[in-house]
Design a binder for this molecule. Structure first.
Ligand SMILES: Nc1ncnc2c1ncn2[C@@H]1O[C@H](COP(=O)(O)OP(=O)(O)O)[C@@H](O)[C@H]1O
Ligand SMILES: [Mg+2]
Length: 211
């Protein structure tokens, strides 16, 4: 049974061009779906709609046959492409990390979080270090679908591989589903139980300026 159903979703920003047109996809429990596609095709926009940060102009997103739950820890958690935009600049790292409860010791050590970073502001860490925080704060059993949008691009290949191996192990253990957005075909082959190409599901012409 599909845990996530995206049904005929269309979206544009304001009066701008259509970014998503009639997009439908499903994800089953424990599935690892990779979305591949060139930039400008609306991958990040779709990720934000699935996670409930943006409302579709038409169509809908169903989680276990219902609308996304509001005002509680969302079972769908998004790791943004740009970690510096995802973290509240007025919160020290510890507050962001513990926002939805304390991460396990295993998560902290496997994701490579150092306690000496807790007392820093987001602008006092590197992109890769911020990305580690963004991963650690959502690796919780109550996260049922993790959306990773170009997540580890700021980490070197070795750390990227280590973090992904741990996420896969964690997801398997907890029956968590994954949507990963990436340009990296090698990563996609390694991760995916299924690969979706966004131009195949998004019925628009891409914004040529961005290609
Ligand atoms: N907040 C926004 N306001 C207006 N246009 C946006 C906004 N965010 C993204 N876009 C535009 O939407 C299109 C798709 O962007 P995005 O979803 O980030 O694509 P992708 O992740 O596939 O590169 C791009 O043309 C981008 O410029
Ligand atoms: Mg993107």
């Amino acid at each position: 049974m599909a845990v996530l159903e995206v049904k005929n979703v269309s979206f544009r920003y304001g009066n701008g061009p259509w970014i998503l047109k009639d997009v439908s996809m499903e994800v089953e429990q424990g599935e690892r779906v990779v979305i591949l596609g060139p930039s400008g095709y609306g991958k990040s926009t779709l990720a934000k709609i699935i996670a409930g940060y943006l409302d579709p102009l038409s169509g809908k997103v169903l989680w276990n046959n219902h609308d996304l739950p509001q005002n509680c820890f969302c079972p769908i958690q998004l790791i943004y492409q740009h970690p510096e935009k995802a973290l509240n600049p007025r919160w020290k790292m510890k507050k962001s990390l513990f926002e939805a409860g304390e991460p396990s010791e295993e998560v902290l050590s496997q994701v490579g979080i150092k306690e000496k970073w807790y007392d820093r502001w987001p602008n006092e860490l590197s992109g890769g270090e911020l990305q580690r925080f963004c991963v650690a704060r959502v690796l919780k059993p109550k996260t049922r679908l993790l959306i990773a949008d170009e997540m580890t691009t700021m980490l070197d290949a070795l750390n990227q591989a280590h973090i992904w191996n741990f996420i896969l192990e964690y997801a398997e253990k907890h029956g968590m589903s994954i949507i990963a957005i990436t340009h990296n075909k090698f990563l996609a082959e390694k991760l995916a139980t299924r690969i979706i190409s966004i131009p195949d599901i998004n019925h628009i012409e891409a914004n040529q300026d961005d290609l």
